[in-house]
Design a binder for this molecule. Structure first.
Ligand SMILES: [Zn+2]
Length: 131
């Protein structure tokens, strides 16, 4: 007799770690930004090619959802990500964070809907470098 009834949720089934989720933001064909959840924190990885040439560390920013909540953490990171379109080095992009936090304190942060709409408006990647 062969026992065929396989139970759902087998312990051997490979599962993604439930405390880490990762997804691209914006048009996946352009590969603009990635958001990765790490416990209570979110990390944004910026794929702007202009920001990849200084050392081996990627252009990233992390914000804990424990500070002002997860929604605010994501809005801050999305705002920061879009600021990166205007600057042409990883260091300059890192410096943008201070402005983003200032905007947040002043209540000037765009809504999630606005930010999500803006990322889909990006048609050119990599962004043209000023000139
Ligand atoms: Zn960047």
């Amino acid at each position: 007799m062969v026992h065929v009834a396989a139970e759902a949720g087998e312990p051997h089934a490979k599962r993604r770690r439930c405390d880490e989720a990762s997804e691209l933001w914006g048009d996946p064909d352009l590969k603009l930004f990635r958001f990765t959840q790490k416990g209570a924190s979110w990390q944004c990885t910026c794929y702007n090619p202009h920001h990849q040439d200084e050392g081996t560390t990627k252009c990233t920013k992390t914000r804990s959802g424990a500070i002002d909540g997860e929604e605010v953490a994501l809005r801050l990171l999305k705002t920061w990500a879009l600021e990166g379109l205007e600057v042409f080095s990883k260091r300059d992009h890192g410096d943008c964070w201070e402005e983003v936090v200032h905007a947040h304190r002043a209540g000037l942060l765009a809504s999630t809907e606005e930010l999500d709409a803006r990322v889909w408006e990006i048609a050119e990647w990599p962004p043209a470098d000023g000139a």
